[in-house]
Write a protein that binds this ligand. Sequence first.
Ligand code: DX5
Ligand code: ZN
Length: 232
Amino acid sequence: MPTGDYKILPSILSADHGQFVQEAAAVDIPEVDYLHLDVMDGHFVPNITFGPQVAASLKKHTRFRLDVHLMIEDVDFYIPRFAAAGADMITIHQEAAAHLQRSISLIRESGAKAGVALNPATSLETLRWVLGEVDLVLVMSVNPGFGGQKFIEASVEKIRVLREIKERGKYRFTIEVDGGIDARTAPLVYQAGASYLVAGNAIFGAENRPEAIRKMIRAIEEDQQRRRSIQV
Ligand code: DX5
Ligand code: ZN
């Protein structure tokens, strides 16, 4: 079982888009609290997914909290709409928000938790003046747009540096990582400081989804045990 200080968040981007509710039911195990919803507009990223209506249906037909990852340009228009659809957490991209601080406030006013995401090439420094106002920082470990891409190894160091910034500044935000997370990379990003681990292909590309989730949890636990036994 997980130690409780991290979560695996299934991303339904890699699920069958004609059967979201059934696909969500397939990951309905006690270890899962959140579903990760990838919203794409065909402008910020070269792919299109779904809007607030799908989020509202998942809210209605499942017990999950919803982690909505907006890979879209017009964030201020859509934030209240996703909040009304039942999003518990709304994450916007630093690269997409012209007035980031204002958009973060808009999310908080809507009642959802506020997250900011960074593309792999975007510096942590760009968030310096908003870190005290966010509930979550999402480190993208692939370039956003598609599931099943190769994990960018430099993300591990980026997460480590972000954790140092968090500890030094006594910030409260959660560190999330998204892209290429599987049983190999999950222990690396957890050890570096990420506690919300999003996984799409590793879960929905597997025949047995609960087993795929538990495989990542086991990989993290075994890695932690190994590290503890080396230290003793
Ligand atoms: C990528 C999305 C991810 C995606 C991750 O643009 O933000 O959430 O679903 O998929 P995997 O785990 O397959 O890399
Ligand atoms: Zn995502």
